[in-house]
Write a protein that binds this ligand. Structure first.
Ligand SMILES: CC(C)=CCC/C(C)=C/CC/C(C)=C/CC/C(C)=C/[C@@H]1[C@@H](COP(=O)(O)OP(=O)(O)O)[C@]1(C)CC/C=C(\C)CC/C=C(\C)CCC=C(C)C
Ligand SMILES: Nc1ncnc2c1ncn2[C@@H]1O[C@H](COP(=O)(O)OP(=O)(O)OP(=O)(O)O)[C@@H](O)[C@H]1O
Ligand SMILES: [Mn+2]
Length: 350
């Protein structure tokens, strides 16, 4: 059984260098056909080529691909993962790739094929991989990860739910609605990460409050992501900002589309940045309760992402025509700083 999928998956995922098409999934008609053809061919060759057990070799390749994709798509995340223990970094790469592929369904080049059926099929694949039946090589890495770490399927299902929400909705009436979206697409990542990062045995906090911090780090990240990408999203006809709060500053969608940075816009942005910082600050508490070896990567991730907010301020709140950017030198300089934070706030001192 295991060998069957191994062989099948090995052929499906062709190029070594990760490319967008590799991230596409079954459920899209032409891909289905392609996959069926390959599976059939593979079943025939199996008779002449008796399978040998190569599970570990296969998994090694699967994780290598996850690593390459993570390194290619998310340079900063990747930097953070290099600070983790080997088993943990592999798990985070596998989770990253699954999240990225889920996001690509809605945002990527195959998004035109998007439909409720595609998401249903993706969810079915999720159940299969949790039950030890991965569909392709990248799924197989996650199957291995969920067998090693006590991951719950719920946040993964919720992320798919977030994609359902994203295709239905392009406006958020108030922060409550936006918060729900942020939970689905990013708070869930925090919940997926805790079982991998581990809670410190010395921690005096209870598990729910640590999960809550992790969730808040996801929310802070997503709010920051939204604030950074206002101009870019407007070009796609999307405004991920609370409509009622825009109105309080005399602003509406048209002001966002016109991409003009006015004093009203700056005032509005100050409040939004303050809110994002609130979530990061709340996440700090939990970061120090994680397993000793996981604090540095999480602290660095927190400080790096939060500094995008500083960059928006440095651009005088022009997130319409400029992309807030944290330069490589600044990113690297933040590593020793986050290291200091991670040791000085260790739960052993609480
Ligand atoms: C150490 C670390 C940061 C681990 C997490 C790595 C991981 C599994 C990331 C997955 C990210 C992903 C692809 C999510 C899909 C949905 C999505 C796109 C969310 C946005 C990410 C940014 O992506 P990007 O800018 O590329 O998006 P677009 O190009 O705009 O499409 C998000 C902003 C969400 C990211 C959320 C997190 C990384 C949550 C981090 C929380 C923890 C690591 C918990 C730590 C624990 C405690 C107790 C604080
Ligand atoms: N350390 C981190 N913590 C949380 N989220 C992060 C972190 N690093 C990156 N991200 C998220 O992953 C995305 C991709 O990472 P990447 O490092 O490629 O950043 P980028 O914003 O695309 O800019 P650049 O590639 O120029 O650094 C980021 O846009 C951000 O949303
Ligand atoms: Mn990005």
């Amino acid at each position: 059984m295991h060998q069957d999928f191994t062989i099948t998956a090995r052929v499906i995922v062709a190029p070594k260098i990760p490319s967008m098409p590799e991230l596409s999934i079954q459920g899209i008609p032409h891909t289905d056909l392609h996959v069926r053809e390959i599976v059939q061919r593979q079943l025939q060759t199996r008779r002449t080529n008796p399978p040998v057990s190569r599970k570990s070799e296969f998994l090694e390749e699967a994780y290598d691909r996850c690593r390459d994709i993570c390194a290619e798509y998310a340079k900063t995340f990747y930097l953070g993962t290099r600070l983790m223990t080997e088993e943990r970094q592999k798990a985070i790469w596998a989770i990253y790739v699954w999240c990225r592929r889920t996001d690509e369904l809605v945002d990527g080049p195959n998004a035109i094929h998007m439909s409720a059926e595609v998401l249903d099929r993706w969810e079915e694949r999720l159940h299969d991989l949790f039950n030890g039946r991965p569909f392709d090589m990248l799924d197989a890495a996650l199957t291995d990860t969920v067998q090693k770490f006590p991951l719950d399927i719920k946040p993964f299902r919720d992320m798919i739910e977030g994609m359902r929400m994203d295709i239905k909705k392009s406006r958020y009436e108030n922060f409550q609605e936006l918060y729900l979206y942020c939970y689905y697409v990013a708070g869930t990542v925090g919940l997926m990460s805790v079982p991998v990062m581990g809670i410190s045995p010395e921690s005096s906090s209870n598990a729910p409050s640590i999960y809550n911090s992790a969730l808040n780090l996801g929310i802070g990240n997503q709010l920051t992501n939204i604030l950074r990408d206002v101009g870019e999203d407007a070009l796609r006809g999307r405004v991920y900002l609370p409509q009622d709060e825009l109105a309080q500053y005399g602003l509406c969608d048209e002001d966002v589309y016109s991409r003009r940075v006015t004093d009203n816009w700056r005032e509005f942005m100050k409040g939004q940045i303050q809110r994002a910082r609130f979530y990061f600050n709340q996440a700090e508490e939990g970061a120090s309760e994680l397993d000793k070896d996981s604090r540095w990567p999480v602290w660095s991730s927190l400080l790096l992402y939060r500094s995008i907010l500083d960059a928006i301020e440095e651009n005088d709140y022009d997130n319409m025509t400029k992309r807030a950017y944290v330069g490589r030198t600044k990113k690297l300089l933040m590593l020793p700083l986050s290291y200091t934070r991670s040791v000085s706030t260790s739960s052993a001192f609480h």
